[in-house]
Ligand binder design. Structure first.
Ligand SMILES: N[C@@H](CCC(=O)N[C@@H](CS)C(=O)NCC(=O)O)C(=O)O
Length: 204
C-alpha cells in the first residue's frame, strides 16, 4: 500500500491513521511539480492533483481524505479507529469527517492557505470560521475526542487545526479547541506522524 502525501497537508491525517492502525505503507512525498520518483505524473493517480491518495497492493486507487481515512479505519483492528456496524457513533464520525472537510478545510483554510484568493475572498474565508469553530468548541467542552474515543475524524480535525497559525486564524480565541489540539499533539501516534513530516516541511 502507498500513501501519497505532502508534509503537513491534509494527508497528515492518513499518516496518523496508518500509525494508529499499525499498518505498513510506503509513504511517497509528492513533489511540487507532481513528477513522482517512478516517473509518473501524480495526476495519473489523483486527477485533481490532491493528496491524500492511497494505492493498494492490488492496484485500487482511492482519493478524497474522508474516503481514504474511512478505508484505513476499516483495515484497522476492529473498532480501533472508528465504530463498526450500523451504529449512531459510526455515522456521527462520518458526519465529523464531512464537517471538517467542507465547513473548515475547503471553506476556511483552502482560501487562506492558497495563493489565489484576493483580499475580499480571504476576509470572507476568515469570517466563516466563527460558526463551525463555535459548534466544535461547544461540542468538545468536557470531551477528549469528537466521539467517545479517538477516531480518524479526530486525526483530520487535528490536521486542519494545525494550519491555524499559518492561515492567521486565532485558535486561542477558542480555548477548548486550543486545548483539544494540544492534547492530541501529545498523543504518541500524532507526535510521531508530525515528527516524521516536520523535517520535510522545513526542507520544502
Ligand atoms: N477534496 C480533497 C481535497 C484535498 C486537498 O485539498 N488537498 C490539498 C492538500 S491539503 C492538495 O493536495 N493541494 C494541492 C493542490 O491544490 O494542488 C480531499 O478531501 O481529499
Amino acid at each position: 500500500m502507498k500513501l501519497y502525501f505532502r508534509p503537513f497537508a491534509c494527508s497528515l491525517a492518513a499518516r496518523i491513521a496508518l500509525i494508529e492502525a499499525e499498518l505498513d505503507a510506503e509513504l511517497v512525498a509528492v513533489p511540487a511539480d507532481g513528477r513522482l520518483p517512478d516517473g509518473r505524473d501524480f495526476r495519473e493517480i489523483s486527477p485533481m492533483g490532491y493528496v491524500p491518495a492511497l494505492e493498494t497492493g492490488n492496484g485500487f486507487v482511492l482519493t478524497e481524505g474522508p474516503a481514504v481515512l474511512t478505508y484505513i479505519a476499516e483495515l484497522a483492528p476492529e473498532g480501533a479507529l472508528s465504530f463498526t456496524g450500523f451504529s449512531n457513533a459510526h455515522y456521527r464520525m462520518l458526519a465529523w469527517l464531512n464537517f471538517t472537510g467542507t465547513e473548515l478545510h475547503k471553506s476556511v483554510f483552502t482560501p487562506l492557505l492558497g495563493k489565489t484568493a484576493g483580499p475580499e475572498e480571504r476576509a470572507a474565508a476568515r469570517a466563516r470560521v466563527a460558526k463551525p469553530f463555535g459548534v466544535l468548541a461547544a461540542h468538545l467542552e468536557g470531551r477528549d475526542f469528537l466521539e467517545d474515543r479517538f477516531t480518524v475524524a479526530d486525526a483530520y480535525l487535528l490536521t486542519v487545526l494545525n494550519w491555524c497559525e499559518t492561515a492567521g486564524v486565532a485558535i486561542a480565541d477558542w480555548p477548548v479547541l486550543l486545548a483539544y489540539r494540544t492534547r492530541l499533539r501529545a498523543r504518541p501516534t500524532v507526535a510521531r506522524a508530525m515528527a516524521e513530516e516536520w523535517p520535510l516541511l522545513k526542507a520544502a
